[in-house]
Design a protein around this ligand. Structure first.
Ligand code: K7E
Ligand code: CUA
Length: 867
C-alpha cells in the first residue's frame, strides 16, 4: 500500500512542480480520491517514500525497551532493518542457542543468576570530538543494571557488563566526548553492597551514584578493572549527560528524590509518588569525572565494594569534584548543548525547561560561592546564580535535542509528555518558536545526531508511548508509535507514523548512514563474538567426527546446498559439539542450523563458524537441517543425528526386496543425465562469454558474483572424476548420482551467473528515457512478455530489430499493436500466424501507450547486443 502511495506521491510532486496536470494526473487524482488523500498527504509521502533498492540517509538505533533488544531503522523511509539481539535470546540470529552467544548472554548473569531479558533505555554511539564516529553502540538495561557493547560493523553484541554495585540504573549509557568513558547513573537508591539493610536506614546505608566505565575505544571493550563508581546520596539519580567543549571533563546527572522519601503505602503512608515530589526542587549532580578518574588510581581514595572501586562522597567533596545545583520539580532529561556551554534540564512536573550556563556554574565552583550543603556535605550552588533563563514550554517537558542552527538561533526541540507536543524554542533567549502535536504522550525525541557537537537537523522523531487510535486494532496491547517530523522549514510538519511492535523504545539515536563501515562477510572461520578465528573452523575437505571420551566433536561445513557430514551417530548420554563453518563468500548467503528437538539453533553468515554443544540425552533419530531458504535445494540441505543407547540390543529389520532397475534402464538414465548436463553447460558457457565480452571485472559487485559462480563451477571436475570412475567400475547407479551432483553445481553456477548477467546489463545498458520506462511498464502490464522474450524467438517472434524488419517500421508496429485485426489478412502476418500457431490479439493499448512501447523497442534495439 505504502509502495503505491509513495509512487503516486512522487508523481504528484512532479506534477505540482510543473504546475501542469498533463501527465499521470488523472490516475493520481483517481487514487487520491479513492484513498481520501490530501495534497499534504501526497507531499509527506513524497518526502518519505524510498523506491525499491533505495537507501536512507540516516540510520536510527532505538532501544527495544522490554524486549531487551535494539531496533535499527532508516530515515526518512522508517523501514525497520534489523533487531539487534542484546540481552534477550533471539532465535533467528541463534542468539542464546549456540555456545558463543550463550557465553555473551552469560556475561550478563547477576550473582550467578541467569537473566534472559532486559529493559533497554538509552543507546549511545561512540564519539570522537563530541561527534558520532559510527564505531560502537552501547545500551543500558534499567532492570538489571548492565551495559552492552555492540559492534556497528556487523551490528552484533560483543560484550555485556554487569554493574557490580547498583541494583537498578537509568542514566546510562552516555559516552564522554572522545569515548574515554561511559557514564552510567543508578536509579532507585539501594545499598551498594549485597547485604540486607532495613528501609529505616535509607539515608545511612542506601546510596546512589554514577559508574564511570573505562572504554577501550579501539577494541570496543569496557574495561571493568579500570572503572570506578562515584558514590552519591540516595536521591534516585536519573538521566545524565557528559560535558563537552567548554564543560569537557564534567558530568551531569539529575535526580528526583532529594526528599529521600521511602514510601510505605501498605503501612498507610503516602505512596512514593507523593513523597518524592514534595520539594519544589531536586538536584542536578555536577561532577568532575576526569579528576575523579585520576583520584581513583590511588587506593587511599577508594573503598572496594564487591571487588569494585568506589570513591566515597567525602573524597569527592574534599577534592572539589562533586556539587549539586537545584532544578525544578521532578526533573527528567539533562542535555548539554553542542558547544558544552549550556545545560538544559526539563522538569516533569514543571512547565519549564531551565537553561544553566556552564560559565556560571564554573564561576560559583571556582569562587566557592555556595548557598549551603546537603545533609551529606555536598556544596549546593544557588539555582538563580546558575541559570541563564527558563522557557515556559507546556505540560510535562521531558527531553531535548539540538538542531543545526543552535549557534545562531539556539535551535532546540523538547518533548512534552502531558501536552503531547514537540516544541521548537531558542535556548539562548528561552523563546518558544513552534509547536507540533504528536500522537500521543511523547517520551524521548530523536534528532539527527541531535545530541552531538554537530547536529544535522532535518528530522525529529517523536517516540510516543501511546498509539491509541493510530493503527488497525490488534487487541489491548497496542504498538508504540514513532512519528517522523520534518523540521527543515519554519513550520514543523508530521510526515509518517511507524508502529513499533516490540517494546517501549525509550530513546533512539540517529547517525548519518555513510558514517558506518559495513561488513558483508566474515573472514573465513571467524568467531564474531571474539573477532578471532574460531577453534572449530573447518574448511572443505577437513570435515571429521572426533570422539574424546564421552564427548563427540563434529567438524562440519555448510555450503549451498549440503551440510557435511550428513550422518552423525552418537551414544545416548554423550556430549556433542557441532562446529559448523559457512564456507560461502557470496553476500547474504546465510545458512541456519538446527537439530530437531534438541533446542539448538545457529545463524551462519558467510565465513562464520559456530559451536553448538548439547547432551544427547534423547535416544532416537533426529533430522538436522538448514533453516534459511538459501538456494533452490535448500530443503535438501539436511542430515541425521542418530542417538543409540549402548545398553540396548537392537535387532536388525528384515530387508525389503525393492525392485531394481535393469541395466538398460540405468544406461538410459545415465545418458539422459549426461545430456542434460551438456546442455546446461552450454547455457553457462554462453553466460560466461557474455560476461567476459562485456568486461564484467570492471564492476566489483558483478565480479564478486562471478567469482562465487566460478567457485561453484570449479567443483565439477572432481565430481566428474568420481562419475567416470564409477562408470569404469560398472556402478552406473553411483555414476548417475555423481552426474546429478554435477548438475547441482551447474544450477548453482547458473543461478549466480544469471544474477551477475542481469546486474551487468543494468550497469552497461544505455539509460531508458521516461517514455521507454513507461513503455516497458505497459509492455509488462499488457502481458506482451507472455509470448515475446526479448533476444529470443519464443511463443512469438523476437522483438530485437522489429522496428527495422519492416518498411516504415514504427508506423507498421504501431498499427499492428493498436489494430491487429485489420492486418490479419496480410501475407506476412498469415505466415507468422501459421508458424507460431498463435495470433496477436488486440490488447487495447492507447495511442500514448503504444508510442511509449515503441520508445521501449527503440531502447531494446540500442542495446541489442545485451540480449
Ligand atoms: Cu525519559 Cu528511560 Cu530516557 Cu523513557 S526515559 S522516556
Ligand atoms: Cu542452507 Cu538452506
Amino acid at each position: 500500500m505504502r509502495n503505491i502511495l509513495g509512487r503516486v506521491a512522487s508523481l504528484s510532486a512532479t506534477v505540482a512542480l510543473l504546475g501542469t496536470f498533463a501527465s499521470g494526473a488523472t490516475e493520481l487524482d483517481k487514487v487520491m480520491k479513492e484513498r481520501g488523500l490530501s495534497q499534504a498527504d501526497m507531499l509527506a509521502a513524497a518526502k518519505t517514500y524510498t523506491p525499491s533498492g533505495g537507501r536512507d540517509k540516516y540510520l536510527v538505533f532505538s532501544s527495544g525497551g522490554q524486549s531487551g533488544q535494539v531496533i535499527v531503522y532508516g530515515v526518512p523511509s522508517m523501514r525497520i532493518l534489523k533487531y539487534i539481539a542484546v540481552f534477550t535470546p533471539e532465535p533467528w540470529q541463534g542468539w542464546g542457542y549456540d555456545d558463543d552467544t550463550k557465553k555473551i548472554l552469560a556475561q550478563g548473569n547477576i550473582r550467578g543468576k541467569k537473566i534472559t531479558w532486559g529493559d533497554t533505555h538509552h543507546p549511545a554511539i561512540s564519539e570522537t570530538d563530541g561527534k558520532y564516529d559510527g564505531r560502537w553502540l552501547v545500551i543500558n538495561d534499567k532492570a538489571n543494571p548492565r551495559i552492552a557493547v555492540i559492534d556497528l560493523e556487523d551490528m552484533v553484541t560483543k560484550q555485556i557488563v554487569v554493574n557490580p554495585v547498583f541494583k537498578s540504573e537509568h542514566g546510562g549509557s552516555f559516552f564522554t566526548p572522545n569515548s574515554e568513558y561511559i557514564l552510567e547513573a543508578a536509579q532507585y537508591g539501594a545499598p551498594l553492597d549485597n547485604n540486607y539493610h532495613p528501609m529505616d536506614e535509607f539515608a545511612e546505608t542506601y546510596r546512589g551514584g554514577v559508574t564511570v566505565w573505562k572504554f577501550n575505544h579501539k577494541e570496543g571493550k569496557i574495561e571493568p578493572e579500570k572503572s570506578f563508581t562515584i558514590e552519591m546520596p540516595p536521591y534516585m539519580q536519573d538521566l545524565s549527560d557528559a560535558g563537552k567543549g567548554a564543560s569537557y571533563g564534567w558530568g551531569f546527572t539529575n535526580s528526583f528524590n532529594s526528599e529521600m522519601y521511602t514510601g510505605g503505602i501498605e503501612k498507610g503512608l503516602p505512596p512514593f509518588e507523593a513523597g518524592t515530589s514534595r520539594n519544589d526542587t531536586d538536584f542536578m549532580h555536577v561532577y568532575n569525572w576526569k579528576k575523579l578518574a585520576e583520584l581513583a588510581k590511588d587506593p587511599k581514595n577508594v573503598k572496594i565494594v564487591n571487588g569494585h572501586r568506589v570513591i566515597p562522597m567525602e573524597v569527592s567533596i574534599k577534592n572539589n569534584a562533586l556539587f549539586l545545583v537545584p532544578e525544578p520539580k521532578s526533573p527528567h532529561g539533562v542535555d548539554v548543548s553542542p558547544d558544552g556551554k549550556d545545560i538544559v534540564v526539563c522538569g516533569k512536573l514543571d512547565t519549564h525547561a531551565t537553561v544553566y550556563g556552564w560559565d556560571k556554574i564554573k564561576k560559583a565552583i571556582d569562587n566557592k560561592d555556595f548557598s549551603g550543603t546537603d545533609p551529606f556535605g555536598i556544596p549546593i550552588i544557588d539555582l538563580k546564580k546558575a541559570a541563564n533563563c527558563q522557557a515556559e514550554l507546556g505540560l510535562g517537558p521531558l527531553h531535548n535535542q539540538f538542531g543545526p542552527k543552535w549557534k545562531e538561533d539556539g535551535e532546540i526541540y523538547s518533548s512534552l509528555y502531558v501536552d503531547s507536543q514537540v516544541v521548537r524554542w531558542n535556548y539562548h533567549t528561552c523563546e518558544v518558536k513552534d509547536r507540533q502535536n504528536v500522537n500521543y504522550n511523547i517520551g524521548h525525541l530523536a534528532g539527527m545526531e541531535g545530541k552531538t557537537s554537530d547536529p544535522q537537523g532535518e528530522y525529529i522523531i517523536a517516540l510516543n508511548k501511546l498509539a491509541i487510535d493510530r493503527f488497525n486494532e490488534i487487541g489491548p496491547l497496542h504498538p508504540q508509535n514513532h512519528q517522523l517530523i520534518d523540521v527543515s522549514s519554519k513550520k514543523m510538519s508530521l510526515l509518517y507514523d511507524m508502529p513499533i511492535p516490540l517494546g517501549e523504545p525509550h530513546q533512539a539515536v540517529a547517525i548519518r548512514a555513510d558514517k558506518i563501515k559495513h561488513n558483508v562477510r566474515y573472514k573465513m572461520g571467524t568467531n564474531p563474538f571474539t573477532g578471532k578465528i574460531h577453534e572449530g573452523k573447518t574448511l572443505a575437505g577437513q570435515e571429521k567426527i572426533v570422539r574424546k571420551g564421552n564427548h563427540v566433536y563434529v567438524y562440519g561445513t555448510m555450503v549451498r546446498s549440503h551440510i557435511n557430514p550428513e550422518h552423525v551417530t552418537v551414544n545416548k548420554g554423550d556430549t556433542v559439539t557441532f562446529y559448523l563453518t559457512n564456507l560461502e563468500r557470496a553476500e547474504d548467503e546465510t545458512h541456519g542450523f538446527t537439530i530437531d528437538q534438541y533446542n539448538v539453533h545457529a545463524s551462519l553468515e558467510p565465513g562464520k563458524t559456530v559451536a553448538l554443544t548439547f547432551k544427547a540425552d534423547l535416544e532416537g533419530v533426529f533430522p538436522y537441517y538448514c533453516t534459511e531458504f538459501c538456494s533452490a535445494l535448500h530443503l535438501e540441505m539436511m542430515g541425521y543425528l542418530l542417538v543409540k543407547d549402548p545398553s540396548k540390543k537392537y535387532t536388525k529389520a528384515a530387508k525389503l526386496k525393492l525392485k531394481k532397475m535393469s541395466k538398460a534402464e540405468l544406461k538410459a538414465e545415465y545418458d539422459k543425465t549426461v545430456a542434460t548436463n551438456t546442455a546446461t553447460d552450454a547455457v553457462i558457457q554462453s553466460v560466461v562469454k557474455f560476461l567476459k565480452d562485456n568486461n564484467f571485472a570492471k564492476y566489483p559487485t558483478v565480479k564478486a558474483l562471478v567469482t562465487d559462480a566460478l567457485d561453484q563451477y570449479g567443483k565439477i571436475a572432481e565430481q566428474k572424476k568420481l562419475s567416470d570412475a564409477a562408470v569404469k567400475a560398472g556402478d552406473l547407479d553411483k555414476a548417475i548420482l555423481f552426474e546429478n551432483m554435477i548438475w547441482q553445481y551447474m544450477v548453482k553456477t547458473a543461478d549466480v551467473g544469471i544474477r551477475a548477467k542481469d546486474l551487468l546489463v543494468k550497469k552497461i545498458a544505455t539509460p531508458m528515457s521516461e517514455a521507454a520506462k513507461r513503455g516497458h511498464d505497459a509492455y509488462l502490464e499488457g502481458g506482451c512478455n507472455g509470448c515475446h522474450v526479448v533476444g529470443k524467438v519464443s511463443s512469438g517472434p523476437d522483438l530485437v530489430g522489429v522496428l527495422e524488419r519492416h518498411e516504415n517500421g514504427e508506423k507498421w508496429v504501431k498499427e499492428w499493436i493498436m489494430h491487429p485485426e485489420t492486418m490479419y489478412d496480410n501475407d506476412y502476418i498469415k505466415s507468422m500466424t501459421n508458424y507460431f500457431n498463435l495470433r496477436m490479439p488486440n490488447q487495447g493499448m492507447s495511442e500514448k501507450q503504444t508510442d511509449d512501447i515503441i520508445e521501449y523497442l527503440k531502447w531494446i534495439d540500442k542495446n541489442a547486443n545485451l540480449f
